[in-house]
Design a binder for this molecule. Structure first.
Ligand code: ADP
Length: 450
């Protein structure tokens, strides 16, 4: 797996926030830079409208000659006014010399920008229709520096707002980062303290406000639950194995010690050997089953599948058992054709376990019904007995390793047959279903995917 350089979430969030706010600020600056002209011109246009109204009110258009008072016109603002009549400037006392260039420009009712002596000027013409004889228009000239325009304050407010936003978001990002860092530190401490303790029953406690951290803690706690459960199972397993091996080993040791004595009758020595042999076989059976289980438990264990006629396999396995049990057994076959694929060796073990149990937990003359069949997707092998049955509350435990229900504690077996059979079914993408009623009998069915 490729190792990616790890980054603190808190730093990551702060970085993202700061980067995005800087980007936003840059974008706003860019916007202001490019649109300040547009804003400025629109402000000038707005200012010129009342100015034009005021100038118009100072000019008398009623007679043949137009008359006005320059002093009145210039009194209030620094917006220069030029009056033109049929393209000729009528008069403009006190007109600054630099305005000559503007004076010579043709009629323009749109706002124009011009640079004179390193200063920016705007000018725009307004036509009046008050005098029928002449075309009269008024030209207004504005020096950018002298005009008291709102745009400057608008732009200033814009820049101040950008700076404020940058400061505000940076502060929020830093505070959030610190808060997150503290929350993570707290959780890390908690996780580490749980990890360092030998007590697997300890759980991580989280009382913060972040839902994701709670989810992480819950997931970690669930994992600890599973680990604790598995560890307990393992402990139980080891103790069960030791327990099961202890009895035959003690018997073997006792018989071996007795058998090696000089002064015992030879029949006793032979008996001792036969007990040792019996117990060794028992131990061998247990160890072999355990080995088989651990082999099948391996995650990458692959079964060897071949075509199987399940009806034939079931009756073949049953016949073998009947021959070897040495007791009277009634097996009724209700086998429908059932074909599928599977590991013939493993499936024989699973069927054999179910049939052996059915015999073990039934009265000697009890009938055992073995049936097979298939659906569109599954093949099944069913073993039904009329034996002691299983209590409802015990049903969920019968697939646990070394479990034996009370009533069957004294029968032969280690409580490994059903777990092994279930594992075999699982390896075939199948499962074992049980129906049982205490005192009436049980039905075990192995279902296998076709
Ligand atoms: P065992 O070797 O004890 O039979 P299994 O794993 O095969 O171990 O079965 C586990 C337990 O389930 C048995 O001890 C018994 O209590 C119960 N059990 C299994 N099969 C039957 C059955 N056909 N009838 C009644 N009880 C059964």
């Amino acid at each position: 797996m490729r190792r990616v350089k790890k980054l603190s979430i808190a730093n990551y969030i702060v970085m993202i926030l700061v980067a995005s706010e800087l980007l936003m600020a840059l974008f706003m600056l860019f916007f202001f830079y490019y649109y300040s002209d547009v804003i400025r011109e629109s402000e000038i246009r707005k200012e010129l409208i009342p100015r034009n109204k005021q100038v118009m009110s100072e000019i008398d258009f009623s007679g043949n000659e137009i008359s006005y008072d320059w002093k009145e016109i210039y009194e209030e603002t620094e917006i220069y006014v030029m009056i033109y009549c049929d393209d000729n400037m009528i008069e403009m006392p006190d007109m600054p010399e630099f305005l000559n260039i503007i004076q010579d420009k043709g009629y323009s009712n749109i706002l124009q920008k011009i640079k004179i002596n390193d200063e920016i000027y705007y000018f725009k013409d307004f036509k009046t229709h008050k005098n029928k004889k002449y075309d009269i228009y008024l030209r207004y000239v504005v020096n950018l520096n002298s005009i008291s325009s709102h745009y400057i304050s608008t732009i200033r407010i814009g820049y101040v707002a950008i700076i404020m936003i940058v400061i505000l978001i940076s502060t929020v990002a830093i505070i959030t980062g610190k808060y997150l860092k503290n929350a993570f530190k707290k959780m890390k401490k908690e996780v580490e303290s749980v990890g360092q303790m030998n007590d697997i029953s300890k759980r991580i406690a989280y009382d913060g406000i972040f839902a994701e951290m709670q989810i992480l803690c819950d997931a970690e706690n669930r994992m600890l639950d599973r680990m604790e459960n598995n560890l307990n199972k393992q402990k139980q397993y080891i103790s069960d194995v030791s327990h099961e091996l202890r009895t035959p080993i003690s018997v073997i040791m006792a018989q071996a010690e007795y058998g090696e004595k000089q002064d015992i009758p030879s029949e006793d020595r032979i008996d001792a050997f036969s007990v040792i042999k019996k117990q060794s076989y028992k131990m061998n059976e247990l160890v072999m089953t355990l080995l088989e289980l651990s082999r099948l438990d391996q995650e990458n264990y692959k079964i060897m599948k071949e075509d199987i006629n399940f009806a034939e396999l079931a009756s073949f396995v049953c016949e073998g058992i009947v021959e070897n049990t040495g007791q009277e057994v009634h097996i009724k076959y209700e086998c429908q054709p059932a074909y599928g694929k599977g590991d013939i060796h493993l499936l024989s073990i699973a069927i054999s376990n179910l049939v052996t149990n059915a015999i073990k937990y039934s009265e000697p003359a009890g009938t055992i019904t073995v049936s097979t069949g298939e659906t569109d997707t599954e093949v099944y092998i069913r073993v039904k007995d009329e034996g002691i049955g299983i209590r409802k509350e015990n049903l969920k435990m019968i697939f646990e390793r070394f479990y034996k229900a009370e009533k069957s504690r004294h029968t032969k077996g280690y409580g490994l047959g059903l777990p092994l059979s279930q594992r075999i079914a699982q390896l075939h993408d199948g499962y074992i279903a049980v129906e049982s009623e205490e005192g009436k009998g049980s039905t075990f069915t192995i279902f296998i995917k076709k």
